[in-house]
Design a protein around this ligand. Structure first.
Ligand code: AR6
Length: 179
């Protein structure tokens, strides 16, 4: 574990479903009906209450699905959190289709929603860098800049990397501290 910005930002390697935070962010897809990767892990660990809440959101707020770059909150079910914030990152299409802006928006909308819900801590996985194919190295400065924007509004913003490789890469490329 490594910390930045006066300990307001924690970077760690591990499973986000084991992290205690007021809000856990899910890298979902537009259907909100679950999937693989971190989405599958969150639904499995949190239990069926999360899917029930997602179905309700589809019926009421987003009948055609949650667009990329937006975020919604549900119960966290059995997870050690108050909320799961579901956001949809961009699918990588070569980098000129607004992918950077959508990735930043997914983080920013999640932070904004958590803040509005009174959360003091929030944990993120590496949105879009798995199945959706966003190059991990390119995501790092984007994530650092949006996290820096919001750092003063939270006690802890936790960035959770599932693989040791991503954790090491993030630390070597982060822009919280200038080299
Ligand atoms: N804790 C933390 N990070 C994890 C965990 C975990 N338990 N499991 C995987 N990761 P991905 P995406 C990392 O593919 O690229 C789903 O099917 C993983 O190693 O989960 O946004 C959705 O339903 C990677 O670094 O999300 C969508 O269809 C990161 O989480 C689609 O995948 C994100 O990988 C979304 O794709």
């Amino acid at each position: 574990m490594t910390s930045f910005l006066s300990d307001r930002v924690l970077v760690l390697q591990g499973d986000i479903t084991r992290v205690q935070a007021d809000a856990i962010v899910n890298a979902a897809n537009s259907t909100l009906m679950g999937g693989g990767g971190v989405d599958g892990a969150i639904h499995r660990a949190g239990g069926p209450a999360i899917l029930e809440a997602c179905e309700e959101i589809r019926r009421t707020i987003w009948p055609e699905g949650l667009p990329p770059g937006k975020a919604v909150a549900t119960t966290a079910g059995r997870l050690p959190a108050r909320y799961v914030i579901h956001t949809v990152g961009p699918i990588w299409r070569g980098g000129k289709q607004g992918e950077d802006e959508l990735l930043v928006s997914a983080y920013r909308e999640s932070l904004k929603l958590a803040y509005e819900l009174g959360c003091k801590s929030i944990a993120f996985p590496a949105i879009s860098t798995g199945v959706y194919g966003f190059p991990f190295e390119r995501s790092v400065p984007l994530v650092c800049s949006v996290v820096r924007e919001w750092a003063a509004s939270f006690e802890k913003i936790i960035l959770v990397f599932f693989s040791q490789r991503d954790y090491d890469l993030f630390l070597s490329l982060q822009t919280f501290e200038e080299a």
